[in-house]
Design a binder for this molecule. Structure first.
Ligand code: ATP
Ligand code: MG
Length: 273
């Protein structure tokens, strides 16, 4: 069992978060209604919810890439007012590699932007490409990599920044189930000795249960936290465990909570009067 002592300060805290976007000339769409949640240091928490409910919006707000219309986000106790690149990094569903740069040069990219000393940079690039299992492929261009390998490069590029918080927005969503499962194991292995806090968006109940300390179910848009389920299963979550009755019980419980939200009608954007 992983020890989960919450430090006094959660790594991520959302307090009554609200977000509406303007639509057209005079409309608005309410995306996040009232989301409060805490992620403790070194926890991995998954967000599960219907497509379009506001998961990516929540991650973008936590990363300081967009601002909320109400409430606040705190990271390591400080209010987030804009991007915090030394504390938070984000991994997206698409690897978004620069096609003219080799794998190692893609991992270097974020470090170059940050002005890291070239010798330190070389060490970080090597370390994180090795950690994601890409030794030998450093000089490959993105067009020469498989989808899973490209996503490993994207993961290495994010991890090389050595932030304490990593946000992952369906990072393995475009991969086949087997590759996804293997990358999930690798993510947990890396997490176990890098002590990172992770907020992980997924559509897969199986993946959420494989990886998470807690699974948060979000309602259909506008997002609210409908359920906060602590996963009291041994780690690592081996294939045997994932076939066990207790794992299946969690699956059913999560599906029942999620199903209502998948079926719920969502409000249309409204025109302001
Ligand atoms: N910049 C924007 N302007 C207007 N509306 C937006 C903007 N970004 C997102 N939205 C709307 O907010 C809602 C939530 O989008 P978001 O991308 O957060 O959903 P999601 O839960 O990540 O969905 P998915 O699971 O499909 O990735 C959608 O209705 C979307 O149209
Ligand atoms: Mg999304």
């Amino acid at each position: 069992m992983r020890g989960r002592t919450l430090l006094t300060e959660p790594a991520i805290e959302l307090r009554n978060l609200k977000k509406s976007y303007p639509v057209g000339n005079d409309g608005t769409i309410e995306v996040v209604r009232d989301v409060s949640l805490r992620v403790g240091a070194r926890e991995l928490v998954s967000l599960l919810g219907p497509s379009g409910c506001g998961k990516s919006t929540i991650l973008a707000i936590v990363a300081g890439l967009t601002s909320p219309t109400g409430g606040e986000v705190r990271v390591n106790g400080d209010r987030v007012e804009g991007p915090r690149p030394t504390e938070i990094t984000i991994v997206f569903q698409e690897p978004n590699l620069l096609p003219w740069r080799r794998a190692d040069q893609n991992v270097r990219y974020g470090l170059e932007l940050r002005g890291v000393d070239p010798k330190v940079m070389n060490g970080l690039v090597k370390k994180y490409l090795n950690l994601v299992g890409l030794q030998g492929f450093e000089k490959y261009y993105p067009s020469q990599l498989s989808g899973g390998m490209a996503q490993r490069v994207a993961l290495a590029r994010a991890l090389a920044l050595e932030t304490s918080i990593v946000l992952l927005d369906e990072p393995f969503g475009a991969l086949d189930e087997n590759t996804r499962s293997i990358l999930g194991d690798e993510l947990l292995r890396i997490k176990s000795f890098t002590e990172k806090t992770m907020l992980f968006v997924t559509h897969s109940i199986e993946e959420a249960l494989h990886l998470s300390d807690r699974v948060l179910i979000l309602s259909a848009r506008p997002a609210r936290v409908k359920d906060d389920i602590r996963i009291n299963l041994e780690t690592p979550r081996t294939v045997e465990l994932r076939w066990s009755p207790e794992f299946q019980e969690y699956k059913v419980r999560i599906w029942q909570s999620l199903k209502d939200e998948l079926e719920r009608d969502v409000p249309e954007p409204v025109a302001n009067r």
